[in-house]
Design a protein around this ligand. Structure first.
Ligand code: GLY
Length: 421
């Protein structure tokens, strides 16, 4: 099958790699140098839904898989469907689950899906008054898409006031902050739970855990994710059943009732509380870098499963997921998650063994692969268990160098605590 992947990051490299492993002819728009080793990359003047449709027609795509959220919220799926092109992802209306935090929280409240207490504000003065109804620390969230930068955890009223000023003024995340949510803060472990969904049917993927802070021990500012691992032990069987029934299926039923049936990857960002799993947020796509760990775990049937989901036969699809675990360690550029230094030559890519390096922010320059973004690489390995996966991933990380490379040394450590044998 001819498959087009929309996007250009580590997640899209992992999707393209998986589809190529399964014998498909893969195209990616716009792609990156790593993706170009497994797919034909099509450069784009701009990433509009119309341009993606043109590429799909040009390459004869029989299936298009959309990686990032922005084209989904911009209506790429609606456009493809209007032109009879097979595509996997939610419509713009259904993508509001990620595109508007206010919509998603109010949706959860309407459908009894467990989430933190919250209030939505359109006005700075009202939001300042609203702080009094919450204890510290509290969470402030921009309503709109903010590339992972729209959430602030304020420990004091001073921090909260500063963040509210930054959000409403546009200084922090532009127009995405013109509406702001205040939420209760929860302590606990975060888990990423992703399901392949087709309106009323869900096929759950194994749980993964991301590492959002830039430094070890979850210190420092939030990033898009500095590493992830996939291990069945992250949730018990009872917890997985609970999340499927009380969160994923309830979300699908609610979206259908509201006239926005959901097809695509539904990602519930969970907090595992003493009271059970609760939803921190939804994403309407695969996570990054969770995908690198997830798709390295799957050994067959991925592309056919996505195709099945677009043809209303997801319940017949079968993914091959052998026992074991995978881990992805992100190598980020100097300065990330702030102003990043780019253009540094990456050494050692060819020396990597027993792991796959997914490219996120790289480009070719003067015959070398150089850094070109905040998250540069996702070094990913598989093992009989998490211990082995981490050992192989970190051993491969040790072969790679570039100026100012930042790597967390504790990816998967929370997961190792679940191993008592
Ligand atoms: N890793 C978090 C995300 O993809 O949003």
């Amino acid at each position: 099958m001819n498959i087009l992947i929309v996007g250009s990051g580590g997640r899209e490299h992992a999707i393209a790699w998986r589809c190529a492993q399964e014998g498909h002819k893969v195209f990616c728009a716009p792609g990156n140098p790593g993706i170009a080793t497994v797919a034909e990359c099509i450069p784009l003047a701009s990433q509009t839904p119309e341009n993606f449709l043109d590429v799909a027609n040009l390459v004869g795509a029989e299936l298009t898989i959309v990686g990032p959220e922005a084209p989904l919220v911009a209506g790429v799926v609606d456009l493809f469907e209007a032109h009879g092109k097979r595509v996997f992802g939610p419509t713009a209306k259904a993508a509001q689950l990620e595109g508007s935090k206010a919509f998603s929280k109010e949706f959860m409240a309407r459908h009894g899906i467990p989430t933190a207490r919250f209030q939505v504000f359109d006005d700075l003065d009202e939001a300042k008054k609203g702080l009094a109804r919450f204890d510290y620390p509290l969470v402030l969230k921009a309503d709109g898409l903010a590339a992972g930068k729209g959430v602030v955890i304020a420990k004091t009223r001073g921090e909260a006031l500063e963040a509210l000023e930054g959000l409403f003024s546009g200084a922090l995340v532009g127009a995405a902050g013109s509406r702001v949510l205040i939420e209760d803060f929860w302590r606990g472990e975060e888990v990423s739970f992703i399901a392949i969904c087709d309106h009323d049917t869900a096929l759950t993927l194994p749980p993964t855990q991301d590492h959002k802070a830039i430094f070890d021990n979850d210190q420092g500012p939030n990033t898009g994710g500095m590493g992830a691992y996939c291990d069945d032990r992250i949730l018990t069987e009872a917890e997985k059943k609970h999340v499927l029934e009380e969160i994923i299926l309830r979300t699908l039923t609610g979206m259908a009732e509201e006239g926005a049936p959901f097809r695509g990857f539904l990602y519930a960002g969970l907090m595992i509380t003493a009271d059970g799993p609760k939803v921190l947020e939804y994403n309407v796509r695969l996570g990054d870098p969770e995908t690198q760990a997830l798709l390295y775990r799957i050994t067959g049937g991925f592309a056919e499963t996505i195709l099945a989901a677009t043809e209303h036969r997801l319940s017949q699809a079968k993914l091959e997921i052998p026992p074991g675990a995978t881990a992805c360690v992100v190598a980020a550029a100097k300065g990330y998650p702030g102003q990043v230094k780019i253009g540094d030559r990456i050494e050692g890519l060819n020396a990597v063994e027993n792991a796959t390096v997914f490219h996120a922010g790289t480009k070719e320059s003067g015959g070398y692969t150089v850094t070109a973004g905040g998250r540069v690489l996702g070094i990913t390995a598989r093992g009989a268990d998490l211990r082995e996966a981490l050992k192989l991933a970190y051993s491969a990380v040790g072969k790679i160098q570039f100026d100012g490379m930042q790597v967390r040394k504790d990816i998967g450590q929370k997961g190792l605590k679940r191993y008592t044998d």
